[in-house]
Ligand binder design. Structure first.
Ligand code: CUA
Length: 155
């Protein structure tokens, strides 16, 4: 079979590209600690809109340095929209929507999730650096989407 030299170069280039992509996945997973969330961390349970509306929101201390936050999202705010914790706290966020799909993202951390009506989002993170961490809604949710923010203050 005759393969034109240009074709051969493209075949080699394509395989080279696949190798680079494969190596990028391996390096980011094994050496940079970048992983997709496990299934257990994506969706915890199923919840009705009435149950979501009745969730007792807020911060709870579970033990030394361990907290959980139950947070609802609705157009266009989080409740609570400010969380204060000491440095080195491990916080598990439980996220509920009272109306439509919202987002929850804290830049510079691994915390990023959709907040889907009927489901409870669950994510855990340890805040080792003091400072103010903005929470932003990164799912378009209407006219006030850009105003939908909160913050985590690490003291
Ligand atoms: Cu809530 Cu965008």
């Amino acid at each position: 079979m005759h393969i034109h030299p240009y074709e051969r170069r493209w075949i080699i280039f394509s395989f080279g590209l696949l190798t680079v992509f494969g190596l990028a996945i391996i390096v980011s997973n094994m050496f940079l600690g970048i992983n997709v969330p496990g299934i257990a961390d994506q969706v915890q349970t199923v919840i009705s809109p009435a149950e979501a509306a009745a969730v007792p929101t807020g911060l709870r201390e579970l033990g030394p340095g361990r907290y959980e936050v139950h947070m609802t999202a609705q157009v266009w705010r989080y409740e609570p929209n400010e969380v204060r914790i000491p440095k080195d706290s491990t916080v598990t966020f439980y996220l509920y929507s009272k109306d439509i799909i919202h987002g929850f993202k804290i830049p510079g951390t691994t915390l990023s999730s959709m907040i889907i009506p009927g489901q409870v989002g669950k994510m855990t993170y340890t805040f080792t650096e003091p400072g103010e961490y903005p929470i932003i809604c990164h799912e378009y949710c209407g006219a006030g989407h850009h105003l939908m923010t909160g913050r985590v203050i690490v003291e």
